[in-house]
Design a protein around this ligand. Structure first.
Ligand code: ADP
Length: 468
């Protein structure tokens, strides 16, 4: 299958043609409903005549909108691959040249090639680089960009409704595109490519493990859970990194642990290799374990996915990772109780230090989380959620001394009452915290399932953990 490039004798070889574009929809995972829309575009090539006879409009351009790495380029290639047509591509940032006219002539050359080798998909990455609303930038660079944009508009109009050359463009900023570009007959079809959800991530991981030496029982779902918020390009990278580390260790199979390890590298960068004393490890472990334990008692906070004392480069400590669902549109609105819970969790390390080490042996390992608690408490007061609802207002009126004093004393009241709550709760859950510290010192991290098991065995919660 696949398209063929017609090459007249003596002509230059095409410079925009992508020959290794033999991608199919099966190579793109986690598409969901988007697949139908893309299949329709394939149909425009295959059954263009039918559409035209029925008088339906075939779009000249399709805009794929989404963050970098979500698979827009891959999808455009898959459309060409499925339709068996040629794929020509360019990144619009390459259009933006210093010399006037260069951008425009490249656009012309691109479309000439595509027309000579039609049917074809023309793919323009980073469309916003030339397609920005005119008038937003001035100077000669702006003029040059305008001539490139005008050329692109002309080319798009030349193919409108004919279905021989369909332009697919990618952008992360559909909102700043020039209105002339998104007019009917140009890029009048917008398709949003969201970040993959948990199932989508598992599917993408599976696609990329197809040609790799995977162990029999790899738990893709567990890895998908741990890679919340990541896009396809990052997931593909996780498999590559895992494969490399297996190769380096002269092992034969990629396991779930290899993938989880690679996922952590992808997310947080490389762990800090400096050796740490057992004493320090215990302090760090108490820090993270106390936060995680406190959070387990706060139903408004998200599920805990991982507790770790592996610090990343440039950071001091480990982390408690909460689950957040990037696939849902979440308003950043937190309930009153949620805010108090957050403050309490941030104070847990200090409370634990006091409980475990005594007031005279305390360190300042918790200084940053106490800062977080303090500023959250002030936000709480500014939101009018404290007993002094009249302190509502966005600004810190430094010139109004009485008001500043009132805000501070309200915030302090909140911090103190949250701190009492942390002391009481951690005191009641010493065994749980100790067990977590032991495991952290031994293994460096605790995963969600292990965490939940520890909590159900040793925890004295006010309410049981919600089932996942
Ligand atoms: P974009 O164009 O949106 O920046 P790309 O298409 O260049 O993203 O994605 C880069 C790589 O990431 C792809 O070549 C592929 O290996 C991987 N990838 C991204 N999204 C997916 C997906 N949905 N399914 C499979 N692989 C994907």
């Amino acid at each position: 299958s696949g398209a063929r490039v017609r090459r007249a004798k003596g002509r230059r070889p095409p410079q925009f043609l992508d020959l290794d574009a033999d991608v199919k929809f099966a190579d793109v995972a986690g598409l969901g409903d988007i697949r139908k829309e893309l299949e329709e575009i394939v149909d425009f090539f295959t059954f263009g005549e039918k559409y035209r006879r029925r008088g339906s409009k075939i779009p000249a351009g399709i805009l794929l909108c989404g963050e970098p790495g979500t698979g827009k380029t891959l999808l455009a290639k898959a459309v060409a691959g499925e339709a068996g047509v040629n794929f020509f591509s360019i990144s619009a940032s390459q259009f933006v040249e210093i010399y006037v006219g260069v951008g425009a002539s490249r656009v012309r050359a691109l479309y000439n090639e595509a027309r000579d080798n039609a049917p074809a998909v023309v793919f323009i990455d980073e469309l916003d680089a030339v397609g920005r609303q005119r008038g937003l930038i001035g100077g000669s660079g702006g003029q040059e960009r305008d001539s490139t944009l005008n050329q692109l508009l002309t080319c798009l109009d030349g193919f409108e409704g004919r279905g021989e050359v369909i332009t697919i463009a990618a952008t992360n900023r559909p909102d700043i595109l020039d209105t002339a570009l998104v007019r009917p007959g140009r890029f009048d079809r917008k398709i949003y490519i969201p970040k993959p959800g948990t199932k989508g991530r598992a599917d993408i991981l599976k696609v990329h493990s197809r040609n790799k030496p995977m162990a029999e029982e790899v738990d893709y779902e567990a890895v998908a859970e741990m890679t919340d918020g990541m896009v396809g390009a990052q997931l593909a990278n996780i498999l590559d990194v895992a494969a490399l580390s297996v190769l380096r260790d002269r092992r034969s199979e990629i396991t779930t642990d290899d993938l989880l390890e690679a996922a952590q590298l992808e997310e947080g960068g490389h762990p800090d290799p400096r050796p740490r004393s057992e004493h320090l490890l215990r302090k760090l472990a108490l820090n993270e374990a106390s936060m995680a334990t406190m959070a387990a008692n706060c139903p408004d906070l998200k599920q805990i996915q991982l507790v770790t004392i592996v610090p990343r480069m440039g950071e001091e400590k480990g982390a408690v990772r909460f689950r957040s669902d990037h696939t849902k549109f979440e308003l950043q609105s937190v309930s009153r109780q949620g805010m108090l819970d957050y403050i309490t969790v941030q104070l847990a390390p200090r409370a634990a230090d006091e409980l475990w080490n005594g007031a005279h042996q305390m360190s300042t390992i918790w200084a940053d989380t106490v800062d977080q608690a303090r500023s959250a408490a002030r936000d709480f007061v500014f939101a009018g959620l404290s007993d002094r609802g009249d302190l509502y207002g966005l600004f810190d009126c430094w010139y109004d001394y009485d008001r500043v004093k009132a805000v501070d004393s309200e915030a302090l009241k909140i911090v103190n009452s949250c701190y009492e709550r942390a002391l009481e709760f951690l005191g009641r859950n010493r065994t749980l915290v100790d067990k977590m510290v032991e495991q952290l010192v031994k293994d460096r991290f605790i995963r969600q399932a292990e965490f939940e098991e520890l909590v159900s065995m040793y925890g004295q919660l006010d309410k049981p953990l919600p089932s996942p």
